[in-house]
Design a protein around this ligand. Structure first.
Ligand code: NDP
Length: 332
């Protein structure tokens, strides 16, 4: 069983990750927060043995195997580097870091130390997306033509903090949601984007950051991808459509933290619903994390996957800022 320290007394940890860790027979023995009071309160509320404002206290505990980082985005890099230096495995929230060079440093540090660095891109661990990936790989829709990702929703009231008004903490919808779209599309298609163009908008929900973005990517195979993200679409829904020469996949509702949505395959033979595993997405992330720690093959998002999703998000922002198509190049 994996013994965890949480870095960040966050909503995602209390809503999803603590229960997912426990569902995987893991335990949570520390929570580290910027404030000691808050750490202690969060520990009490969530049944965690110890809360502290000093991450070294948790890192010096030899019984801690892994650290889950879900602090605000500007803290991910230093916390991950400290955890890696202490020989702990790391599951880090997206975006991995604020800059590509920081993200690359994290990947290099984990490689040198021989510990696992995984990114919590949960959508690739959803039964729905696994089913879509399998259909594409089996050739169910023939040669790919285009992908459309719908991820324009309404940011829940309780999350309307740093995401909307703190660029320094990594606020803005692009670092929050375009990174997920990127990882999902890369997972579904098994290839990387090579360039992006984009427009972003501030429709009134944020201050100092964009709350909406539309971007178009060209993939290595030439396939075009459209990604629409927003915090400010009160009547929006999510979904993915993949169009090919011999069919199309329509998957409404599948961009979610929960095992929701439907997957439909349409070909010349008609339209049929594809059933998929409705297990908890974050449980599934932790199963993949366990495999990675044991050195087994896994389908979780690696540090390099996190670098790539950050690279696309930063390129989307730059494309919107400059009006210029941004080329992307990845070193493996
Ligand atoms: P929260 O705003 O809930 O938490 C982020 C930090 O804000 C916490 O670490 C905490 O700081 C501080 N904080 C939170 N609530 C309070 C409060 N009531 N009073 C004072 N401080 C507070 O963020 P999220 O959980 O939404 O996101 C955390 C990270 O997880 C981000 O990197 C985000 O991108 C990622 N995320 C990923 C998701 C996924 O599905 N993969 C989904 C949602 C978020 P401190 O620790 O110092 O106390």
């Amino acid at each position: 069983a994996v013994n965890w320290a949480l870095f960040g007394a966050s909503t995602i940890a209390s809503q999803y990750m603590i229960s997912a860790i426990r569902a995987n027979a893991g335990q949570v023995s520390w929570v580290v927060s910027g404030s000691r009071d808050r750490a202690e309160r969060y520990a009490r509320d969530n049944g965690i043995a110890r809360g502290t404002s000093e991450m070294e206290e948790a890192l010096n505990d030899p019984s801690v195997d892994a650290v889950y980082i879900s602090s605000t985005n500007e803290k991910h890099k230093d916390q991950a580097l400290a955890a890696i230096a202490a020989g702990k495995h790391v599951l880090c929230e997206k975006p991995l870091a604020m800059t590509l060079s920081d993200a690359a440093r994290m990947v290099a540090a984990a490689r040198e130390k021989g510990v696992t660095l995984m990114v919590n891109h949960h959508l690739r661990c959803a039964g729905s997306h696994r089913a879509i990936r399998k259909l594409i790989a089996e050739g169910a829709i023939g040669a790919l033509r285009s992908v459309r990702v719908f991820h324009a929703v309404h940011l829940p009231e309780h999350l309307r903090g740093w995401r909307l008004d703190n660029p320094g903490a990594g606020g803005g919808v692009v670092l929050d949601m375009t990174v997920h779209d990127t990882d999902t599309v890369r997972f579904l298609l098994g290839e990387d984007p090579v360039s992006v163009t984009a427009e972003t908008d501030a429709t009134g929900m944020g201050a100092g950051v964009e709350d909406s973005a539309m971007s178009v990517w060209r993939m290595q195979s030439g396939t075009m991808v459209f990604s629409h993200v927003s915090f400010n679409h009160p009547f929006g829904t999510t979904g993915v459509e993949i169009h090919g020469s011999d069919g199309a996949i329509f998957a409404p509702g599948v961009i979610s933290q929960d095992p929701k949505g439907e997957v439909w395959l349409t070909t010349s033979e008609g339209r049929r619903e594809i059933t998929f595993d409705r297990g908890n997405l974050y449980d599934s992330v932790l199963v993949e994390f366990g495999k990675a720690v044991r050195g087994e093959a896994h389908s979780g998002a690696t540090g390099l996957d996190g670098v790539k999703s950050l690279a696309v998000a930063l390129a989307v922002r730059e494309a919107a800022r400059t009006g210029q198509r941004q080329p992307l190049q990845f070193e493996e």
